[in-house]
Design a protein around this ligand. Structure first.
Ligand code: SAH
Length: 224
C-alpha cells in the first residue's frame, strides 16, 4: 500500500508516522507513506497556497491551483484508488471504512487548513471525504495521521501478533474484552480467575461474553 499525504504543515505528520507500529511498518516496507509539502506548489515568489475567501468570510481558503497541480503530478506517476479529503463534514470514520480502505493500493489524503479548501477541489478531484468526528480541529494533519494509522495496523505483518487486530474493538462489531497483565494480584485487586486457568476454551468463552456485555452496557447501538 502507498499513501501520499498533501499538507501545508508536513512537520505535524513527522512524529505520528515515524514511530511505533506505523514507523515499523514503513521501515519493513509494508507501506510507503510520502508526505508532500503543498507549499512547493505554491504560487508566485512567496509560494502562496491560500487566499481570501469570496464573500468576505473571515479566514483564508486553500487555492485550487496548487492542489490541482500536485494531484496531477502524483496521478502522472501511478493510479490512485481514492483521493480523500479530511473534513469535519465528511463521513465519520469507523472500522468498516478503515477495513475497506486498507485493501486499496494507492491513496491520496489531502489535509485542509485555514477555513478549508476551495470547494471546486472537492467537486472535481476528491473522491471521498472523511471526518474523525463531530468537532473541528485546526488542520487535516492529525485526522490524516489517525486515518493512516488505522489503515496501516490492518496490513498483514504490521502488528507483531497478526491476530491482535482481529480482537480489537469494533472489528467484529463488538467492544474488546478487558485485558490484564502480571501480577495476578496487586493491592488486593485480582485478575479474573478464568484468565489464570490456562484453558483456552474457557478463556475464549469469557472474552466473548465480556465483549458482548460491555457492548450492551457501553455502546448498545453497535448491536443493532
Ligand atoms: N471551516 C471548516 C473547518 C476548517 S478546519 C468547516 O467548518 O467545516 C481546517 C481543516 O482541518 C479542514 O479543512 C479539515 O481538513 C481539517 N479538519 C478539521 N476538523 C476535522 C475533522 N473533524 N475531521 C477531519 N478533518 C478535519
Amino acid at each position: 500500500m502507498r499513501i501520499d499525504i498533501i499538507s501545508v504543515v508536513p512537520e505535524l505528520l513527522d512524529s505520528p508516522l515515524s514511530h511505533s507500529i506505523v514507523g515499523r511498518a514503513r521501515r519493513k516496507g509494508l507501506v510507503e507513506i510520502e508526505v508532500h509539502n503543498l507549499r512547493e506548489y505554491g504560487l508566485g515568489p512567496r509560494r502562496n497556497v491560500d487566499d481570501y475567501s469570496y464573500g468576505g468570510d473571515a479566514g483564508m481558503v486553500m487555492m485550487v491551483e496548487p492542489v490541482f497541480n500536485i494531484i496531477r503530478d502524483l496521478k502522472a506517476q501511478r493510479e490512485y484508488d481514492e483521493v480523500i479529503y479530511m473534513s469535519p463534514d465528511g463521513e465519520i470514520l469507523d472500522q468498516a471504512i478503515s477495513n475497506e480502505l486498507s485493501l486499496k493500493k494507492n491513496i491520496i489524503i489531502l489535509c485542509g487548513h485555514y477555513k478549508g479548501i476551495d470547494h471546486r477541489i472537492r467537486e472535481h478531484l476528491v473522491t471521498r471525504e472523511i471526518s474523525i468526528g463531530n468537532y473541528v480541529v485546526s488542520g487535516g494533519e492529525i485526522p490524516a495521521a489517525i486515518l493512516a494509522d488505522s489503515l496501516v495496523r490492518l496490513i498483514p505483518g504490521a502488528l507483531t501478533d497478526e491476530t491482535s487486530a482481529l480482537s480489537d474493538s469494533f472489528q467484529d462489531g463488538l467492544l474488546s474484552a478487558p485485558v490484564y497483565t502480571r501480577p495476578a494480584e496487586f493491592n488486593g485487586w485480582k485478575v479474573p480467575e478464568v484468565l489464570l486457568s490456562g484453558n483456552p476454551k474457557l478463556i475464549q468463552a469469557w472474552q466473548d461474553e465480556q465483549a458482548l456485555e460491555r457492548t450492551r452496557a457501553l455502546r448498545p447501538e453497535l448491536l443493532k
